[in-house]
Design a protein around this ligand. Sequence first.
Ligand code: ADP
Ligand code: MG
Length: 708
Amino acid sequence: MTDPTHPRSPRPLDPIFSPHAVAVVGASRRRESLSFRLIHNLVVNEFAGVIFPVNPQASALHSLKCYPTVAAIPDPVDLAVIMVPRDKVQGMVEECVAKGVKGLIVITAGFSETGKEGAALEWRLRETVRAAGVRMIGPNCMGVINTDSEVTLDATFSPTPARRGAIGFVSQSGALGVAILNVAQDIGVGLTQFVSMGNKADVSGNDLIEHWEDDPETKVIAMYLESFGNPRRFTEIAKRVTRKKPILVVKSGRTAEGARAASSHTGAIAGTDVTVSAFLEQCGVLRANTIEEMFDVARALARVPLPSGFRVGIVTNAGGPAIMATDACVNLGLQIAELSDATRATLRSFLPPEASVGNPVDMIASATPENYAKSVAAVLDDPAVDMVMVINVTPVLANPIDVLQSIAAVTRERPKPVLAVMMATEEFYDAVKTQRDLPPVYHFPEPAARVMYLLARYAAWRRRPADRAAPDFATDDARVAEILGEVKDGYLDQAAAFRVLELYGVPVAKWRRVSGRDEVLKAAGEIGYPVVLKAVASDLVHKSEAGAVRVDLRDEEELGAAVAEMDRSVAAAGHAVEGFLVQEMARGGHEVIFGITTDPRFGPLLMFGLGGKYVEVFQDVRFAVTPLDAEEARDVVRGIRGFKLLEGVRGEPGADVDLLVEILLRLAQLSQRHPRIRELDVNPFLAGPDRASARALDARIRVGEPSV
Ligand code: ADP
Ligand code: MG
């Protein structure tokens, strides 16, 4: 990379990744020690620079001359790997700083991961390196690998080395890092750099993404994360970098975060891991479910071009796997491409008459490597095809490597991705795993389909215009703040909640907030029958359950009786009735839910989904973080599973989708401008075919001190 004809500008992490001289501080002569192992890795992986072990008790180590202190090293040192006991780390770091060392890797554990005392030591370390302008990885990490042939640095104690490749990989967990190097070795995945970042006292995942942003060798950034240090900065960096290269994340704790105690639907659902998924998706980051899937996707991203759409062509020599592939693609939302007549005719011209030339193209078991090449070429050349999955079930005596090579020959000249599902032996996989000029291979159609789906999603993200701004609605925020200010900590009155919505341009069903029977009857007269009656009580959260909602009351008589009954049933449920809400009776339309909740890390979260009784049963909702632009809001609304219902099925009228998108954006603005809103549920919002027929029927807003 340090090509003298194209010198690249130095980057802040260069002393760590590309040092000329490395000191290993706390080097032990015991062969079973981690420090000996690390020096061994530096030596046997042929580090291109000089190694200086530091140990006051030894004169030589692993046939290298040993120095008693860092200061005693006669030459300049770029990088120091610190492996001394915890209480000596601070002193050693200071010694390194004094020596002029520019990069540090602190392997030693016992810092913030162990509690308060460790956290204080870690804080001091950070202050020291930041003051000195030195960059530090760790503490509590496993080290760094750089496979660049000019450097070949393996400053880890991993028993497995890394192979040169196109993936920059960072792991928050050290132990998992070792396991990942093993897996990478097994499946033949190569890396540009490997970083175990430990406690991230100084260098964070964000810094590493920025390091790889303009590194031409790193085609894919892959991360194993347990937490987001600074989600706001991550958003900013990830949104920028994913326009240039993909970022893949495996975030652990998918379910462990668990449900938070929250009374609103939005809050309860948001407590689960969907928050993180929504957040990553909005940043253009691909989330893999497992390490295996991460490598499956990374391999493809490093080798194939991005598809221009979601339409898949399938070419196979066996029917069964093609059906599996079709199912997997359709389930993920990919489309099975419709091949043109011309493509079919071409296929027909050389395939046996028993072959099927629709999509999937089934060439039948007799297919030769040449058949594969010609069929894949024909399908790739069809303008209705965005990418191709080739399936090969090894027939007796045929060599799958020949098949793969003939496919590679035709895919190289065509700018569409081709993935191969090779149902072949492990010998085959061993033979092809390091051949980077072959299409990526998968054992089964399902993982290949999943990879195609993520490629298509990422490509769609890249096609989006950058720098989209959130819209700005004219709203009376002073008035809203005043209403929200009426309650210090807790729920707003129904009337106040509706007023906030109205001030934010959200249509609300006609309502009157009144106190006694006479006022109820008067309000109903003004609104017009039939009406809906609801009891108001400050501690009443789920009104229907307490008999506090009566719909479709057609005249004074029914309404008067309902007031009396409601007084009784609400009191029986243990609530003191403070008054009533009379509403127009709304009919038709689809019940949806809008919600706001606040996450301590991500700030305000917006939610949309099927509302009313559907919320409890299906939890068919999507989340988004703020700021939210129109494109993202549309993704949220269109992204729920039941979106087809909102489009109208079986002659039923659909909902005004543009209005739903607009309301989501208005609520996003509300959440950002009024951080005192802790939770908001509009459930149900009745969505009709146009603006005039859409209205909120129920709203709850909880306010309190802002958490972020
Ligand atoms: P809660 O959610 O506290 O139980 P809601 O005010 O949401 O009470 O009312 C419960 C259900 O009653 C709603 O989901 C809706 O189906 C129906 N409903 C409420 N208000 C109206 C209204 N104004 N017009 C028609 N139906 C209504
Ligand atoms: Mg409700």
